[in-house]
Structure formats: structure tokens, C-alpha cells
Design a protein around this ligand. Structure first.
Ligand code: CMP
Length: 143
């Protein structure tokens, strides 16, 4: 087990860019809704075409994002994924595969929606990352 106490989770969440501006109470709330998952390299963390059940935060390790078998992005410690299917209620847009052993925090759909509704500024921060990913995808398409 990576997190021995709730406060360990909060300490890690504080260092994640998505949550860096949150206060202690908000971090505690997220920690309460986040479950630790440890997986080996090579494991599929999200599968293209399947309905998403959770939002995932990469606490340690790295992963690749593949669409139709082609690698479209890499994710590293502190990155999140799995938000798209939860936000639009459609199937996963890509497959995410662990490239190293990974430690994840998983937030179930219902908790994710609750946190988005409860923590001001969080939806906007997720939007900023979505914009960034769209810009990168557009740039890749143009080259
Ligand atoms: P979702 O569609 O729920 O499941 C697959 C996830 O891969 C997706 O959410 C995003 O979090 C992530 N993803 C999809 N496309 C990209 C991309 N171009 N760059 C980074 N991450 C991506």
C-alpha cells in the first residue's frame, strides 16, 4: 500500500498541478473520494470504446495514450486521464496503457461529478488541460 494515512493522500494531491490551488479542506474532500490502485507495467488503465467509470490520476509512473492502436500522447506523474468519458457520457476516446508500474488514484463517476460541482475552479482547470491537449493534437495534425 502506497498511502498509509488519509494525510499521505492529501500531501500527494497538493503536489498535483490540477489541485495545487486548493485549500486543505478541499484536498481532504478529494482524498476521501479517491481510491488507490497499484498496477503493473503493460496493464490497460482505460480502454477505447468502453464506457468510463472513473477519473484517474497518475500518482507515480508513466502511461501512453493510444487511439486506434496509434500512440497519441504520453502521461507522466501528476497527469490525469479518463475525464472525457465522464464529462460527456460517451465511450472512452482512447486506450491508456501503463508503461511502468503505476500508482493511481481513482475517483468514481459519481464522486467526480460531486467534486466538480463542489470545488470552485476545478472544472475550469480541467478545461485548461483539455484545451492544451486539443492544441497539441491540432499541431500534430498540421505537421
Ligand atoms: P477518456 O476518453 O475518458 O478515456 C481515455 C482518456 O485518454 C481520455 O479520457 C483522456 O483523458 C485521455 N486522452 C485522450 N486523448 C488524449 C490526448 N490527445 N492527449 C492526452 N490525453 C488524451
Amino acid at each position: 500500500m502506497f498511502f498509509h494515512r488519509q494525510s499521505d493522500k492529501t500531501d500527494v494531491l497538493k503536489k498535483v498541478p490540477l489541485f495545487s490551488s486548493l485549500n486543505q479542506r478541499q484536498l481532504n474532500l478529494i482524498a476521501k473520494h479517491a481510491d488507490e490502485v497499484e498496477l503493473k507495467a503493460g496493464k490497460v488503465l482505460a480502454k477505447q470504446g468502453e464506457m468510463g467509470l472513473e477519473f484517474l490520476l497518475l500518482v507515480e509512473g508513466s502511461a501512453r495514450v493510444q487511439r486506434n492502436g496509434k500512440v497519441i500522447a504520453h502521461l507522466a506523474t501528476g497527469d490525469f486521464f479518463g475525464e472525457m468519458s465522464l464529462i460527456d457520457g460517451k465511450p472512452r476516446t482512447a486506450t491508456v496503457i501503463a508503461e511502468t508500474p503505476v500508482i493511481l488514484l481513482a475517483i468514481h463517476r459519481r464522486s467526480f461529478n460531486y467534486l466538480l460541482d463542489t470545488i470552485p475552479g476545478l472544472p475550469r482547470k480541467i478545461l485548461v488541460t483539455l484545451c492544451d491537449r486539443l492544441r497539441k493534437a491540432d499541431e500534430t495534425m498540421m505537421n
